[in-house]
Design a protein around this ligand. Sequence first.
Ligand SMILES: [Zn+2]
Length: 349
Amino acid sequence: MRTGLNAIVVLAVLGMAGIAAAQTGDLPLSLLGRHRLACPVCEQVFTALVVTHTNARGGVDRDLFARAVGPEPEYYRISTCPNCGYSGYLSDFAPDVVLPPDLRQRILKSPRLELPAGFTPDSDPRELDASDRYRLAIQCYRWGQKSDEAIGWLHLRASWIARDEGAMLPKDPRLARVMEYLERYRPELSDAGGNQRSVEMQMVSRALEALAIGQFNRYQKPYVELAVALILRRHGENRQAGPMLDRLIEYKSFSESLRQGIARMRESIQREREHQAEAVTCFERALLAGQVARANRGVACYLVGELCRRLGRDREAVRWYDEALRDASLPAEVRTWASEQRGEIALAR
Ligand SMILES: [Zn+2]
């Protein structure tokens, strides 16, 4: 993957979020298509699912995870050869792609890539979990000695998958009633800058206020807290969601399946954090070594700051936000986020 492409993706995503604010009518859903790809390692020909149209109407989290209405593009960005496991973006399967000399040897012979058991060239590509695809792609990128920036992006995207897969709970009638009740706190999309993420974070603030003034009885309260934790989890605000879930898993009146769901959500936070920490290491190394293209530096600094904030590394976060804010070419929307997020840390300290 060429350096620089990701920043273009980022700007396109922000542009789409802006369009979402302006138009709330009938925009097309994201769409999937099937592509025939040939593996450059083992020559296996296979079908991959790729996103042909996308949108960011599901909202953009502040670490740039853009949710589509329709199939989520991040799940389909990485293709995997069902024979040898070679994985990467579509560009990594281009007919003219040049592989580093020992990559083929490493993938096919030693140490060898391992596909999940039962996944064969005859399997439907949907049967391979996105988190497995990213794990394989990260391995290929490391063996292929790709840039730290490129590996950092894979880890960041894998953290989004952990977030998205982890933000769900089994059906529960009492939780469903509470979620329905919380709808009264939902602001208009246009009052929240057109971003679904802002809409839901405002709902969280209002629900927390209602909890604080004792608006719910002791039977309702754990369900309201769980609904709030679910929304926070959905946006990867794990520093708030994590302690709430630690408390809620002890609540004996929740059904067994709900408690198992809470346990899975806590595990997904752990996975997300591991990928975020790896992404920070990679991006930092790329930035400090001057490997990030000039035009992408500001956004990369912002991202490191944002990931540090999410990981609870506040001092580093402030330093990187400041670095981003010093960059004159930082896109306006990212600049606003950098100031706001930095301000929140300053308030909390
Ligand atoms: Zn292959």
